[in-house]
Unconditional design. Sequence first.
Length: 189
Amino acid sequence: MASTILVDKVDPQSGTALEIGTSGDTITVPSGATFNVAGTLQSGGVTVANTPSFYAISNGDVSCAHDTDVQLTFGNEIWDTDSAFASNTFTTPTGGAGKYFFLSQVKLTDLDDGKMCQLMIRYNGSGQDYAKIRYYSSGANQDWTALVTMTKVMAEGDTAKVYLYHDNGTTLTSNSGYNTFLGYKLIGV
């Protein structure tokens, strides 16, 4: 038989910590109830949040040379929760190891007919370990907008950077109004 205790507030006797249940117990918040956390929510002593996270955009057009992997620049940080994004590179900070989601979007102008571009998010600078999207132009002077994502297990010190490659034959412009790079740590996976 279940018992009900009706109170408005429970404080620990010692004033330092409150324990609910015993190891192996299940604590249930019923459907329709609200679990409001005004402080920090932790699991196993680790804060539960989608941080570290960052969002950066370019603050100017980027010239992208022909047949070269060009690291893109994102000079305008919208946010960077752990100061982990610097020099156009996300570096997993101390205590930030885990699974991450990354996204980048780029617009390239004046791609010629039959030419190819690819947008890459590279892990630890490797040419072999990355996410990429490849696009082939179907007309002259095409504008190309691409979005690429990557989910990756990151250890402390691992990096993620964005690169662009094209075989257009001339230098093309990566349009600043569209260039973005963001990432955040996934929770619960």
